[in-house]
Design a protein around this ligand. Structure first.
Ligand SMILES: [Zn+2]
Length: 342
């Protein structure tokens, strides 16, 4: 049992990383790319542990190096991320009313120079993990390119990104790329069931909404998504009979804050997609809200495909509007009014 065994999916990528380490052919730079929340960073940390592990089976998770890397205190390992991300992880603070930068700044990369100049202090390899590497602007990427072009011995750089296209081709071409795909739905269901004791019905809903991202599934578990989902279900089931008072009430519920509105809109889109699939006679196993089939079938029979397509278009349009800071309650009001009149 190694740290790798705790990672969901990505068996092929992990096998490749094991061969790299065991065969001593470690590349100077890696690019792990794929959707957010699928396990790129977990795998990168496990690989970092494996490179420095002194246990019997690497990464053992038990030896001094594995533990220090896990805790974030290993002298040869650096995590680079935007200030905003570092604040979110409680790894740094911003002074006073200063707003945390959403970019990886050039100075952060310059600070690595010292690490690259020395031999590893404690372990075998110096490792730099760059989280959301696409947050380096062109200027910073060019600065980083120098580091990639003049590799320091005993060092490995791992760039992580969900947007590899935002990296300069010159940066990409100097890294060995590893693609990380979405985690299969049944794997996420099994994990939520086994590790978090979530019942199969609910786990199915979380997994379907997470669309292959375990990180997203875990966030949904924390976010009381089922309660909101049930409110959404009730609102949409009764939409055709809603009067103005009902609509204003719903707009108040779902538009009470920006995060709530975004959350509700996302869930509404899943619900409407299910209605559309049911209406088209698609196999029920493909539904997100598998546990609500009866309720879905009843609504699908009443609303009709053409209106549903308009509902979905309306919801997507409002999601975009929320991105540009539209007022959440007004946005919901106008959405529900247009849905009822479909
Ligand atoms: Zn170890």
């Amino acid at each position: 049992m190694t740290v790798y065994d705790s990672i969901l999916g990505h068996k092929r990528q992990i096998e490749q990383l094991k061969r790299v380490r065991d065969g001593g052919r470690v590349a100077h730079a890696y690019l792990f790319y794929g959707p957010d929340g699928v396990g790129k960073e977990l795998t990168a940390f496990a690989f970092t542990q494996a490179l420095n592990c002194v246990g019997e089976e690497a990464p053992c998770g038990e030896c001094e190096h594995c533990r220090k890397i896990q805790r974030g205190g290993h002298p040869d390992v650096r995590l680079v991320a935007s200030e905003e991300e570092l604040v979110a992880r409680k790894l740094t603070q911003v002074e006073g009313r200063k707003v945390a930068s959403r970019q990886i700044r050039r100075e952060q990369l310059d600070e690595l120079a010292d690490l690259f100049r020395h031999r590893p202090y404690a372990g075998r390899w110096k490792v730099v993990l760059v989280v959301d590497a696409d947050l380096m602007n062109e200027n910073s990427q060019n600065r980083f390119l120098k580091t990639l072009e003049e590799p320091s011995p005993d060092s490995v750089i791992i760039l992580l990104t969900s947007r590899p296209e935002a990296l300069l081709p010159t940066v990409r071409s100097r890294c060995q790329a590893l693609a990380f795909n979405s985690v299969p739905r049944e794997d996420i269901v099994g994990y939520l069931n086994k590790e978090h004791g979530i019942e199969a019905d609910a786990a199915e809903v979380f997994a379907a909404m997470a669309q292959g991202s375990l990180g997203r599934a875990l966030a949904l578990v924390e976010g009381e998504v089922l309660a909101v989902r049930n409110q959404v279900a009730e609102a949409l089931s009764g939409m055709l009979d809603a009067d103005l008072e009902d609509i204003l009430g719903m707009a108040q519920t779902f538009g009470k804050s920006r995060p709530m509105a975004l959350h509700a809109l996302e869930i509404m889109e899943f619900w409407c997609r299910d209605l559309l699939l049911l209406g088209a006679g698609v196999n029920a196993a493909r539904l997100v809200n598998l546990d609500c089939q009866t309720q879905l079938s009843q609504t699908a029979a009443r609303v009709g495909t053409r209106s549903l397509v308009r509902w979905i278009e309306g919801i997507r349009q409002k999601r975009r509007a929320m991105d540009t800071n539209a007022n959440p309650r007004m946005t919901m009001e106008s959405l529900f009014l247009s849905m009822r009149s479909c």
